[in-house]
Design a protein. Structure first.
Length: 317
């Protein structure tokens, strides 16, 4: 594991009774976040709740920003790693350091709704050990950003109904510590560590609940090349997940000649989902479809690469 340097301050002292132990710990992985981290932390610290909570940032940027960030956000605990860490690794470290009974993840490129912590807490109080919320589009004026949003977060848009689900993204995911004790932590993977973790959670009998009122707004990539490269990386990760699990689409690793059908299959699934949740989102899906289609082909290319690599390594014996 990467070596770390830690600076600690009283968790969220400005936003809860400092004498009260935090019931919930917000953990945020970070890597070269730029100005995003200031927007993110400002929103996390502006929660309208009486619940005591702490905020932990686990950063593995090349430069140590701890002193600068600590000055701007003295109530946040910052942990700096001296080597690059994937998000799952950073989240695991934050979860182990957390004082709260619940560990709630988000990302530096997210801005948090003012009632987010309260909505997450209320969902937990209904008996769910793993809960998460909706993801809104933080780049509505960007053609590229909106295409990425509709492709990546369509299942968790704010107009989807509250329900039990099979998986949730780690940018808006909250977990009782006893789940880690039984299921273990997230895998050290570039992409898909949250999905693999959710598979372990459900296999151990825990239910995952989606509450749309617990909303985060995600700032998506706005550069076409970065968007396409990310979709390719997601495809590689998706192939690896489906070789290890029975997630929807696992049949593609058994019948690889069907992999080219991914763009058509996903287009139908996403379009149907958006049409049912909000007509306006379906209209945006149609308007942005040329770039969405390009992203789907990048994803498919990555899926094929992931499949071939696994086959070469003997994973598909």
């Amino acid at each position: 594991m990467a070596k770390q340097q830690t600076q600690t301050t009283p968790a969220n002292a400005a936003h809860s009774n400092a004498r009260e132990a935090p019931k919930l710990s917000v953990v945020i992985p970070s890597y070269n976040p730029g100005e995003d981290i200031k927007r993110c932390l400002s929103s996390v610290l502006a929660q309208q709740t009486r619940l005591a909570y702490e905020v932990i940032v686990v950063d593995s940027s090349e430069k140590d920003f701890t002193a600068e960030w600590q000055k701007a956000f003295p109530s946040v605990r910052f942990i700096h790693l001296t080597t690059r860490a994937f998000p799952g690794t950073a989240r695991n470290l934050g979860a182990r350091e957390a004082a709260g009974e619940y560990v709630t993840f988000t990302d530096t490129d997210c801005m948090i709704d003012a009632h987010w912590v309260e909505e997450i807490w209320q969902a937990h109080q209904r008996g769910y050990q793993v809960v998460g919320g909706s993801v809104d589009n933080g780049t509505p004026d960007s053609y590229v950003g909106t295409a990425e949003y509709l492709l990546e977060f369509n299942e968790m848009n704010p107009w989807m109904p509250g329900r039990e689900v099979q998986a949730l993204p780690s940018c808006n995911l909250s977990i009782h510590k006893k789940v880690f004790a039984k299921c273990g932590y997230l895998e050290d993977a570039e992409k898909g560590s949250d999905t693999l973790f959710c598979v372990k959670v459900t296999s151990h009998g825990f239910k995952i609940y989606f509450t749309p009122k617990a909303r985060v707004t995600h700032r998506n990539r706005r550069v076409r090349e970065k968007y396409l490269n990310n979709q390719k990386a997601l495809g590689r990760g998706s192939a690896g997940i489906r070789m290890k699990t029975k997630r929807p689409g696992a049949f593609l690793t058994k019948f690889p000649f069907l992999i080219p059908l991914i763009p058509a299959l996903r287009s139908l699934a996403i379009g149907k989902r958006l049409l049912r949740s909000r007509l306006g989102l379906f209209g945006k899906f149609c308007w942005h479809y040329p770039l969405i289609f390009a992203g789907l082909w990048s994803y498919t290319s990555g899926f094929w690469e992931g499949y071939k690599k696994a086959k070469m390594n003997g994973v598909l014996e």
